[in-house]
Structures are given as C-alpha cells and as structure tokens.
Design a protein around this ligand. Structure first.
Ligand SMILES: NC(=O)C1=CN([C@@H]2O[C@H](COP(=O)(O)OP(=O)(O)OC[C@H]3O[C@@H](n4cnc5c(N)ncnc54)[C@H](OP(=O)(O)O)[C@@H]3O)[C@@H](O)[C@H]2O)C=CC1
Ligand SMILES: CC(C)(CO)C(=O)C(=O)O
Length: 318
C-alpha cells in the first residue's frame, strides 16, 4: 500500500512515522520549512514506546502532481488541524485518484462535509485517533505518555469489511507503537470520541488546567459531570446516543483524581496558537442550540474560546 501523509506534525509525524519505520511505503506531504527539516534531520520521534530517527520520503505540493501521476497513492492520511483544512484539501487533491481512499484523523466532525464535497463521499473513510503528541520547535515529534491508537472504518455500513479497510488494517498490524482498530460502527465511534473530547476541551481550556486539577477544586467534579451530560444530551438529540459503557468510561476519565490529562486544544491555546474551537466546542454547541437544548457550561467554554481567539487576532493595546 502506497500512503501519502499530509502533515508531519504531532499525529501525522507519529502514525506516519511508525508506518514508515515498519517499512510501509509512506511519503509525507509537507510545506517548505518542514521539508527542509526532514531533509536535514530525517523524522525524529521521541516516545516511551521507542525513540526513532530515520530518513523519510517527503514531497511539497508543487512536486506532488508529477509524483502522483508517476506512482499513484492508495491512501491519503490527512492529519492537518481543522483550520488548515481548505489548504490541505487543495494540497492533497492531485494525489486523490479514482481508487485512492482519504482517511482523515482530525478531531471533530465538520471536515467530512468538506471532504465529501471535494472528493465524493465514497472516497472518504472515517478516521480518528487517540494520542498526546506534538511537534517541537526543532521538528522532533514528541509523544507524551498515552496509548496511541487509530480507529478507522467505512462511514456507510453497507461497505463494512471493504478490501481497502482490510488492507489498512494489515499494514497497521505490522507497525510498532500504536494500535489500529477497524470499526464496523465508525460513526458511533466518532460520536463517542466527539462527546468525550468536546467536554475535555471545553473544561481544560476554560479552567486552563488538567482534569486532576479541576477535580481537586471545590465543585470541579460536579462541573465536569454537568459538562459531560450536556455533550451526551447533544449526542442523543443527534440520534447518536453514547452507549452506557462508553459514556461510563469517558466519565471515569473526565473525573479521575490526579489525572494530568488535558485536551490538545489546551496545549495549542497555551502556546498562543490557533485553536480548533469552532470545529469542536462551537460545533457541539451549535448542534445543541439547533436541537433546542440549553447548555450553560458549553456556552461558557465557547465564549471563553472566542475571547481567546479575539485577543490572539487583535491583541489588546496597553
Ligand atoms: N496532537 C494530539 O495529541 C492530537 C491531535 N488530534 C487531532 O489531530 C489533528 C492534527 O493535529 P496535530 O497533528 O496535533 O497537528 P500539528 O499542528 O502538530 O500537525 C499538523 C501538520 O499539518 C501540516 N499542514 C497543515 N496544512 C498543510 C498544508 N496545506 N500542506 C502541508 N502540510 C500542512 C502542518 O504543517 P506546518 O508544520 O508546515 O505548519 C502541521 O505540521 C487535529 O484535528 C487534532 O485535533 C487528535 C488527537 C490527539
Ligand atoms: C482525546 C485526546 C485527548 C487524545 O487523543 C484528544 O483527541 C486531544 O487531545 O485532542
């Protein structure tokens, strides 16, 4: 299987790197500064599951059409941030031929509409990942303690067990450092993660603190439980009720004393970067309002994230 990975950041660098390490035919589609880093240092991964540094194939958007025409790609793994989706779709387009599958691993749900519109729904698989990872300033991909996994599947259940999802399962099975789960109920898996993540991102960004620190406050656990309940109510209203077992597991992670877990959105916010607020917390809140649900905790988090973005875009003058 020939794979193009858009982005060699936290997720793309980690999962694409682990596949390349296993000898899978992986090419990274990157922008010029990242291309220079990869040419100079190779891909560097720092992880408790095994450090690695090795040369990787990479290409920039200008050279992609010729490369894809010469040697087409079977799979495009899309690992950009949601706010880079439009430029990323333009960048991968020359590599998406009639039998190429696109596997996004972004957080949130709105990217599916944009991908379907550009490539056709049949080309686009469902994908999500669990990991805590980031690209350091020197280009190193740093995996923070957390079990990495990718879940993928057909979004149209009538295509379950397709040759392409079985082929992805087979290539991932040989790669070190992550689990790969082929799901026959992908949209349920996507909602399970969305409901958990929206609560996690809303809480940890609003409080600028890990789960453990929030739990340790007077009222912290009740706040987290209410926020999670709000997200579960939206899932029910959307006809995607979170099964009891998944809800209980999420609740346990969201209320665990001493937990150092935060959302990747908090890391982005604290480093002054753009955040995927609209696509996660904003989208959850918009769905709630469309369903006539009142979600005061999510509303507060959304206002907070908009205020962050406003100050970031237009800093206060002294
Ligand atoms: N990091 C984490 O722990 C987790 C992240 N996620 C989700 O995964 C998704 C990706 O996040 P993450 O990997 O952290 O993001 P990063 O910012 O670390 O990596 C994204 C990469 O995409 C590249 N990129 C963006 N636009 C283009 C383009 N047009 N052409 C080429 N490259 C491009 C960026 O390149 P450049 O370096 O040039 O800017 C960047 O390196 C997000 O939706 C996030 O929410 C999900 C679970 C955990
Ligand atoms: C759920 C979690 C925390 C880990 O994958 C995540 O998706 C994120 O931090 O963005």
């Amino acid at each position: 299987m020939r794979i193009l990975v858009l982005g060699a950041g936290g997720t793309g660098g980690y999962f694409g790197g682990r596949l390349a390490q296993a000898g899978v035919d992986v090419t990274f589609l990157v922008r010029a500064p990242r291309a220079a880093q990869l040419a100079r240092d190779g891909l560097r991964i720092r992880s408790a599951l095994g450090d690695a540094q090795f040369p990787v194939a990479h290409v920039t958007a200008d050279a992609l059409p010729a490369l894809a025409a010469r040697d087409p790609f079977d799979l495009v793994l899309l690992s950009c941030k949601a706010y880079d989706l439009d430029s990323s779709i333009d960048a991968i387009a020359p590599a998406v031929g009639p039998s190429t599958a696109v596997l996004p691993i972004l957080n949130g749900l709105p990217h599916y509409a944009a991908l379907d519109a550009r490539f056709g729904a049949d080309a686009v698989l469902g994908g999500l990942c669990f990991i805590s990872a980031m690209k350091g300033g020197d280009g190193e991909v740093v995996h923070l303690p957390s079990p990495p996994s990718i879940t993928f599947g057909e979004r149209d259940a009538s295509r379950n067990g397709s040759a392409r999802t079985r082929a992805i399962e087979a290539v991932c099975a040989g790669a070190p450092g992550f689990d790969a789960v082929r799901s026959d109920t992908f949209m349920q898996a996507a909602w399970n993660k969305f409901a958990f993540l929206a609560a996690l991102a809303a809480a940890t960004c609003l409080m600028r603190a890990s789960i453990g620190r929030i739990v340790a406050t007077d009222g912290g656990t009740a706040f987290l439980v209410s926020l999670h309940e709000e997200c579960l109510a939206v899932a029910r209203a959307e006809g995607q009720a979170i099964p009891a077992e998944a809800a209980a597991q999420a609740r346990s992670l969201l209320t665990r004393a001493g937990s150092t877990v935060t959302a990747s959105m908090l890391r982005d916010l604290e480093s002054g970067q753009e955040v995927e607020a609209a696509q996660i917390v904003g989208d959850m809140r918009a769905r709630a309002h469309a369903a006539g649900l009142a979600l005061p905790h999510l509303d507060a988090a959304w206002v907070h994230l908009q205020a962050y973005r406003s100050r970031r875009d237009t800093p206060d003058t002294p």
